[in-house]
Write a protein that binds this ligand. Structure first.
Ligand SMILES: [Zn+2]
Length: 271
């Protein structure tokens, strides 16, 4: 059985702080059957790290690594010409850089670490870049569903979203909002919170998501799924997310693994 972790920040400082070597993280990942990982960037600094990590460790223990580049709403205030130049350069050389998507991009009104107008402007800029380069994007949305959907609806109407525009990563919006995203062609990303016992909303969103739209992720090093909640998250924990998804959908783990693996490949344009 193979699993595709469609979202894991394996370059994060937390691993070093916990005394974990990236090679150990990848060895454990391989041992759990997680043989594809996309490493997302969330600022210029971490986009560089994502690209460098994918290049340096691709193939370790048979794990294939990919990267994405983009600026998260938290870091929107630091988006400048230099950053955009780096993103564009990566997209122009995407095969060499192993870059499959723009992201994480979006809106986050929970922390409000950048001003909302700045978040919106930077989100739109990167949506246009993704469209220009005909590449999927990784959407981060937290407590900003209304504004986020408004922007996406406008892009959709103007024909500036690809047929399958990308993934709503770590989806935390309502069933209704997720349905609208699915209609626009989005994949929906599920991770640790799906396994949390007090979380009623995410299982409902999953129940209403067609099988061909579901992707799974860990969002490592955060959001560790049950039964390991509280420890540093790693891609090797992905099967717990898949198991829970299988349970909710009433299919076997093998089926869920195969379907989500294929969906991950389709999302990121892999075969
Ligand atoms: Zn993330």
């Amino acid at each position: 059985m193979s699993f595709f972790d469609t979202h894991a920040h394996i370059y994060d400082r937390k691993y070093e702080e916990a005394g974990a070597d990236i090679k150990d993280v990848l060895a454990r990942s391989a041992a759990s059957g997680v043989d594809r990982i996309l490493i997302p960037g969330d600022s210029k600094r971490t986009s560089i790290l994502a690209v460098e990590t994918a290049a340096a460790y691709n193939g370790t223990d048979g794990v294939t690594l990919f990267a994405s580049v983009g600026v998260h709403p938290h870091e929107a205030k630091d988006y400048d010409d230099d950053t955009e130049e780096y993103i564009r350069d990566c997209l122009e050389n995407r095969e060499d850089r192993r870059v499959l998507a723009v992201g994480e991009i979006g809106l986050d009104y929970y922390y409000d670490l950048s001003e909302r107008d700045v978040q919106k402007a930077v989100f739109e800029k990167q949506l246009l870049i993704a469209y220009e380069y005909d590449i999927p994007f990784i959407l981060h949305e937290r407590d900003a569903t209304g504004d986020c959907l408004n922007i996406l609806r406008r892009f959709y109407k103007e024909g500036k979203l690809r047929k399958e525009p990308g993934v709503c990563h770590c989806c935390s919006c309502s069933v209704e909002a997720s349905q609208e995203l699915i209609k626009m062609g989005f994949f929906i990303g599920f991770d640790g919170p799906l396994t949390f016992k007090n979380n009623k909303k995410t299982p409902e969103v999953l129940k209403n998501t067609p099988l061909d739209r579901i992707v799974i992720e860990t969002d490592s090093p955060y959001l560790t799924p049950e039964p390991n909640r509280g420890s540093t998250n790693e891609p090797c924990h992905l099967p717990y997310v898949c198991m829970r998804a299988a349970e909710i959908k009433g299919i076997t783990l093998e089926e869920a693994a195969r379907i989500t693996y294929d969906n991950g490949n389709r999302l990121y344009g892999l075969s």
